[in-house]
Design a protein around this ligand. Structure first.
Ligand code: GLY
Length: 365
């Protein structure tokens, strides 16, 4: 259920004394925690801060959170507040889901990516042995509290990373939302106005609502929740290749724009590139109108730039798609494609030659 920060009052009203716990990262402890002061009021809480960054999303950090909860005698009635980006909401959610077989947790996402994706839907987890989200649970937070003002101080790359997931939600579920996001992109607003438009025009709210509607129908990803993986088969391959330096971050080549973009292959960028290739596949194999590909390509060139890659790396990317955890045993890589805007189809299997053609398109732009 989505709420704003004021909802904390009612959550905290009946909490036993000494049972409020707060997890932050080193940035959110400094910049975001003070903003919660009014909502927390006089309620005392125990605070644990984890070093910011995806590299902290590991078993050692989970143990640190478990130790923190044990040390301060958290009981089954305890509440853990996860204040941060996806690393914190995934990690804290997992620690809470497993501590004493599960305590309640509230997510307060501080990045656009975490607001529209990671903090809702109940996926918790950590990276394990180099596998992103290799260990985790499906456990719903008690609530996700959205405070759009956190977006005001985000770097442009963080905003664009989250905006990619908003584009994904529109592509898979809502032609109307797609038009509204295209309109926003065409306006080329300065960053502060872009952020204001996300909440004032209801775009943030609508994007989260799309995700929540999908999850409500298939919380454990048995079938239709896979539509949320649109763009991720190719996107994850690019992301993990970039992380392992097969594609050096310096080879990513963002275009100049109204945003001050630093070259870095963050999750949303990789998803955006993956979506361009997967819309290409949708045009060729599922009848999606070419206009959608042109529109998404335009946004990519305007804001995200493109990953550069040689032929050998392209083969490596395809190999990575075979290792994706969405695949069934011994099958070709599994894709969600679009028949049209808002008409996704899951479990589409495509050959190496087909995938290679889509990569050719992406890397030729
Ligand atoms: N991030 C996709 C999902 O939550 O299913």
């Amino acid at each position: 259920m989505l709420h704003d920060l004021t909802y904390l009052h009612s959550i905290l009203a009946n909490l036993p004394k000494g049972q409020l716990f707060m997890l932050t990262d080193s940035h959110t402890a400094e910049y975001c925690l003070p903003i919660l002061a009014d909502s927390i009021g006089e309620n005392p809480y125990h605070l644990r801060t984890i070093e910011a960054g995806e590299q902290s999303k590991n078993l050692a950090s989970v143990q640190a959170v478990w130790d923190f909860l044990f040390k301060h005698r958290a009981t089954r009635e305890a509440l853990l507040i996860n204040l941060g980006g996806g690393m914190i909401t995934d990690l804290g959610g997992f620690a809470a889901a497993t501590y004493m077989r599960g305590i309640r947790f509230v997510n307060i996402p501080t990045t656009l990516l975490a607001m529209v994706d990671a903090s809702s839907g109940g996926k918790t987890g950590i990276d394990y042995n180099g596998i992103k989200n290799g260990i985790g649970t499906f456990t719903q937070p008690l609530a996700t509290l959205i405070h759009p003002n956190f977006l005001r101080t985000l770097p442009a790359t963080e905003l664009l990373s989250g905006f990619a997931e908003m584009l994904k939600h529109a592509l898979i579920a809502s032609p109307e939302e797609w038009i509204r996001l295209l309109q926003l992109a065409q306006e080329e607003l300065p960053q502060a106005q872009f952020v204001a438009a996300l909440s004032e025009r209801g775009l943030l709210h609508n994007s989260i609502a799309i995700k929540e509607q999908v999850v409500a129908q298939d919380p454990r990803e048995a079938g239709m929740r896979k539509i949320l993986n649109f763009g991720h088969t190719i996107g994850h391959a690019i992301e993990s290749a970039a992380l392992e330096n097969s594609l050096q971050p310096s080879t990513f080549n963002p275009q100049p724009s109204t945003f001050n973009i630093q070259p870095s292959p963050s999750h949303g960028y990789c998803v955006l590139w993956g979506m361009v290739a997967e819309v290409y596949l949708s045009v060729v194999h599922a009848g999606c109108p070419r206009e959608v590909l042109q529109q998404l390509t335009q946004i990519m060139l305007q804001w995200y730039g493109r990953p550069q890659c040689d032929c050998k790396q392209r083969e490596q990317l395809i190999q990575r798609m075979y290792q994706d955890k969405k695949n069934e045993a011994n099958s070709l890589p599994n894709f969600t494609l679009l028949r049209a805007l808002g008409e996704p189809i899951i479990n589409q299997h495509l050959s190496d030659a087909d995938i290679n053609e889509a990569l050719e398109y992406l890397f030729s732009l």
